[in-house]
Design a protein around this ligand. Structure first.
Ligand code: C2E
Ligand code: MG
Ligand code: MG
Length: 754
């Protein structure tokens, strides 16, 4: 540093005089220390703010302010300490060098603040920064010293000079570590530690300065006279500089404090924001739980009511229409009872998806609990509702694999239309429910629209249900009619189908269509079927005693009864009590009764068949049996539903269907019964195509036991062909014999006794 007039690392000159009477003004030293401490504290604060600011602009501001505080503190400490220096020589300061020293201080401080901003600060980063800052401080010090114009040469003692440099380096390192440490934290302990750290840093800076001062020896030329220490304005100047620096530090600290408060408010606000959004989420989950069904994720009844009410309110009754569809899964209870509730839940989920897949995105689909679903859809005409319902029913028939079993489910649907069938949600739902009741009553797997008759029918159904219960309990009013089934090969009446009737005191003789649905809906059907079974066995036993020993009786068995594990025992008991051999009994089950848990049904049927009772599938073609499905069932007989025969022989398609069914049944080693034979042409067609048995009004209507024996006798007397037979006609049954009087078929009649 020769160019600055400083003699570093050189020996004292041989000539010249050493100025020994140098001293420092204690008050100014104290002020310098105070200024350094305040500046260090302010710098720590700025460093803290810098690290807490999220915006780069704000960070830069805090860095600048921190740099100003630190530079101001170091420089002011140095300057005040210089003012405190008193020597018997003329002293004045070079302004440009003083300014340069301030610039160096600023540069050093800026570096310090920048290095603090580093996110990932390793030890070598600390050491690097501390080296630069420490050397910067030393440089600043010596440039400041060079600004001191005394006419004397400054000689520096190497050891002390190096010590001063070491202190500067250590102070810088400590300052960096402390500043880094105090970036986070709060509370009085933190604050107290920060004060301590500020004093320590200030102590380091002061120590750097005074060690360097101690290393200095002033040498003046021998000819220069020493001057007496003059009373100058150092104190005032020192105080002024201190005041300015303290002002800067104080303002910075206040700004930092205000910012801290602001930030804590912001943090609070953010926390409140987070809390509020959490509350919102909680509210939404509650809403979800309250309005959605957890199992299927569909809207539940409460959610449905709300959305439906809103939709209704939006509608203009004059222009728009809505359909409300009530869905009930047929025989769902059987799944729950046989496979358990978990399997039932799984099934409901699949069913919910089937319904969703069949509906449109804007249709409202809800689950009301259990196996009840509801769909609301907007439409232009009733047909659209019918099509949607049919789509759902079709979709529902997709086989479902559950617990290693394959199920085919069906659904019953009731539909009400807004505004025709009601204006309020309550009314529309009630009416859709009534229509659903109607669907269930008509054998399930069907859809019905509400109509005003249903209202009265519903109350009638309720009344009938009660009366049927009593009729069953007291065995009063119920009776069994028998319809002959002819064997086409032998021309004999081979079987009798037992068909239940109810002689109602008010409504007269009622056919099963009027009350089977009601009985099925409330579980009375099992008792009813078993009653018919026992009754039919008894009647057949009596017929056997009267010579018709080869006759069989077929008894209808509803789906619900088929789900009764006790059925094989009941069959056994009925046969035993009547003294009948099992081969004289045949149970008729409808295709739809075989839906649901197929495996369980198959097992039950196998047990019954194992007892020697034969089994037939009734109303074939109206359900959804596949060939593969039929193959699995332990069946003996297939009964073609009469709907296929209605248009035979006129309809080519129906003729082909019947031919195909007969061929298929024979391939599966099943005998074929054709129901509903009403005309000679039908009879001839069936005979030609290899049908095994015929049943229908042409050959004999269902008759009560009292009329059965005369009928059988009459048939027996007729050697060839059939003649119209008497029947206890049901209300609404067409008397087809009126159209074909005197018809004589080629088959012979039932033969008496064997
Ligand atoms: P199903 O088992 O298919 O019985 C045949 C039905 O067709 C009988 O009606 C019979 O009267 C009718 N039928 C027979 N030949 C002709 C014909 O040539 N033309 C027309 N139009 N109809 C004919 P029904 O007695 O009214 O029985 C209706 C259904 O009620 C039965 O159909 C059966 O599924 C059910 N059912 C009858 N009795 C019982 C019973 O004891 N238990 C159960 N679960 N269901 C029964
Ligand atoms: Mg039948
Ligand atoms: Mg049938």
């Amino acid at each position: 540093m020769e160019w600055l007039g400083l003699q570093l690392f050189t020996e004292l000159p041989v000539t010249g005089r050493i100025v020994i009477d140098c001293r420092h003004e204690p008050l100014l030293i104290l002020i310098a220390f105070a200024v350094a401490s305040a500046a260090c504290f302010a710098t720590l604060d700025m460093a803290e703010r810098q690290s807490h600011s999220e915006h780069p602009g704000a960070q830069r501001q805090w860095r600048m302010l921190g740099a100003c505080c630190l530079a101001g503190g170091i420089w002011a400490m140095h300057f005040i300490s210089m003012l405190a220096f008193q020597a018997p020589v003329e002293m004045h300061y070079d302004v440009s060098l003083t300014g340069l020293s301030l610039l160096i201080a600023l540069l050093v401080a800026w570096m310090a603040m920048t290095s603090l901003d580093r996110i990932d600060m390793r030890l070598h980063h600390y050491l690097q920064s501390a080296l630069l800052i420490g050397l910067g401080i030393i440089l600043m010090h010596f440039v400041g010293m060079a600004a001191l114009q005394t006419g004397a040469q400054q000689y520096y003692q190497t050891a002390l000079l190096l010590s001063s440099t070491a202190i500067a380096l250590l102070t810088s390192l400590a300052a960096l570590l402390l500043a880094r440490y105090f970036r986070n934290g709060s509370g009085t302990r933190h604050q107290a530690l920060k004060y301590g750290a500020s004093l320590l840093m200030a102590g380091g800076i002061v120590a750097t300065h005074f060690t360097a001062m101690a290393a200095m020896t002033l040498v003046i030329p021998a000819s220069t006279a020493l001057s007496l220490p003059s009373t100058d304005n150092s104190l005032q100047l020192g105080l002024a500089v201190a005041f300015i620096t303290l002002l800067i530090s104080g303002s910075s600290i206040s700004a930092a404090l205000a910012d801290k408060k602001l930030q804590s408010k912001e943090d609070d606000l953010r926390r409140y924001g987070v809390l509020l959004s959490q509350l919102d989420q909680a509210r939404a989950s509650l809403q979800q739980a309250a309005h959605y069904d957890a199992l299927t994720n569909l809207v539940n009844r409460r959610g449905f009511n709300q959305i439906f009410a809103e939709r209704l309110a939006e509608l203009d009754a004059g222009e728009s229409r809505l359909a409300v569809m009530f869905l009930d899964i047929d025989h769902f209870k059987r799944i729950n009872d046989s496979l358990g509730h978990d399997a039932g839940d799984e099934l409901l989920k699949v069913i919910a998806n089937h319904i969703k897949a069949a509906t449109r995105s804007h249709d409202l689909v809800a689950r009301f609990g259990g196996d009840e679903f509801c769909v609301v859809t907007s439409l232009n005409n009733r047909d659209e509702a019918r099509h949607l319902a049919q789509r759902i029913m079709q979709r529902m028939k997709d086989p479902i694999d559950l617990g290693g079993r394959r199920m085919v489910m069906t659904t019953s649907i009731g539909i009400s239309i807004f505004p025709d069938d009601g204006l309020t949600a309550e009314e529309l739902l009630k009416h859709a429910d009534l229509a659903l009741y109607q669907s269930k009553g008509s054998g399930r797997n069907s859809l019905h629209f509400f109509n005003s008759n249903l209202k009265s029918r519903a109350s009638l159904a309720l009344q009938l249900e009660e009366e049927l219960r009593i009729a069953l309990l007291e065995e009063r009013g119920l009776c069994v009619h028998y319809q002959p089934i002819f064997d086409l090969r032998t021309g004999q009446v081979a079987k009798l189908e037992a068909l239940v009737r109810w002689q109602h005191p008010l409504h007269g003789l009622m056919g099963p269509d009027r009350f089977i649905g009601i009985a099925e809906a409330n579980g009375l059907i099992v008792d009813l079927d078993l009653w018919v079974l026992r009754h039919a066995c008894q009647d057949l036993s009596r017929l056997h005693q009267h010579g018709f020993a080869s006759l069989k009786v077929t008894v209808n068995c509803s789906a619900v009864t088929l789900g009764d594990e006790n059925l094989p025992n009941e069959v056994d008991v009925a046969l035993f009590q009547a003294g009948l051999a099992p081969r004289h009994l045949e149970l008729e089950v409808t295709e739809n009764a075989l839906m649901g848990d197929i495996q369980q049904t198959v097992n039950l049927l196998k047990r019954i068949r194992g007892q020697g009772v034969s089994l037939s599938i009734d109303d074939f073609g109206t359900g959804y049996s596949s060939l593969a499905y039929l193959k699995r069932l332990p069946l003996d007989v297939l009964k073609i539903d009469r709907s296929f025969l209605q248009d035979v022989p006129a309809s080519l398609k129906d003729r082909e269907i019947i031919q195909a069914i007969i061929a298929m049944a024979h391939t599966l080693h099943l005998e074929v019964v054709s129901e509903g034979v009403e005309t000679v042409e039908q009879h001839e067609f069936l005979a030609r195509n290899g049908c095994d048995y015929l049943q229908g009004y042409l050959l004999g209507r269902p008759v009560p036991m009292t009329e059965l024996r005369p009928l059988l006798d009459q048939l027996d007397r007729q050697d060839i062909g059939f003649s119209p037979c008497c029947d206890t006609a049901l209300p609404g049954s067409p008397d087809l014999f009126a159209d074909s009087p005197g018809y004589r078929a080629g088959a012979s009649t039932a033969r008496r006794g064997h």
